[in-house]
Design a protein around this ligand. Sequence first.
Ligand code: HEC
Ligand code: HEC
Length: 229
Amino acid sequence: MHRVIATLFLYLMFLSMPLFAQDKPLKNVEGSTSGWNQLSGEKLKALELKGNPISGAEAFKICQGCHKNGAIGTPSGAYPRLAGQYSTVLIEQIADIRSGIRKNPKMEPYSDEHVLSIQEISDIAAYLQSVPIQQNTAGFGSGNELVKGQALYLKDCAVCHGNQGEGNARKFIPLIAGQYYKYLLRELGFIQTEKRGNANPDMVIVLKLYGKEDLEAVADYVSRIPIGK
Ligand code: HEC
Ligand code: HEC
């Protein structure tokens, strides 16, 4: 009789396991179940998996045609630098690109679920986070409005992105220091006009107040923040 009860008990535990798994808060992130950056579906799964950077380096090969060796991207800004970005941020962005929240038609065929498994997303994110960042040496703006750019940055952006553009892995805030100017400017435009479908809503409010020259000044300043200062 005891054995029957014990078996029944184990069976019930097994049945309720997926429920526990879903409710389990992730330890290393501050997420939400509603509103901006919902942690559910593939995104949640990829965040829960342990990424293997060695497999990630292998899986990243299909990405290098655009993002280049060592994930340095292109100073022209066509492709962003991904090296050194936080794995949480990378998983968020890849999952949002895959689900179409963030539109990225060029990348679609390479990030499709038939090409990339959820484990590979975790692996690639672990790999990219571990790649040393190279200083930006060519992807800058005019350099004419750096004082203004710094003032805007410290007033409006540092509260989230940090004084040195270092971001915050737990809160999914990207490292933006030394990212290429033209990429930054393009994204700021997308954020402002709400074309970047996954933009943080509090950031959108701030950027709505910016004119073209403000965007250029702040992007130029950020592109020149040295890494690891
Ligand atoms: C055909 C070119 C191409 C390929 C291949 C490609 N990407 Fe991209 N990726 C882009 C472009 C272009 C952007 C920037 C889009 C924009 O301007 O919003 C981007 C953006 C990203 C971003 C967002 C970066 C950020 O800072 O928000 C991530 C993450 C990313 N790619 C990861 C990958 C991974 C991982 C792969 C391989 C599985 C990959 N990409 C393959 C073109 C590509
Ligand atoms: C309320 C917090 C907050 C504020 C304020 C904020 N950001 Fe962000 N920013 C975020 C978060 C979170 C993300 C990542 C989510 C997303 O894609 O929007 C992000 C993304 C970005 C990106 C995209 C990076 C990439 O790799 O594609 C850029 C560029 C950026 N922010 C620049 C700025 C600038 C410049 C300011 C000030 C004018 C600013 N942000 C203000 C939170 C903030």
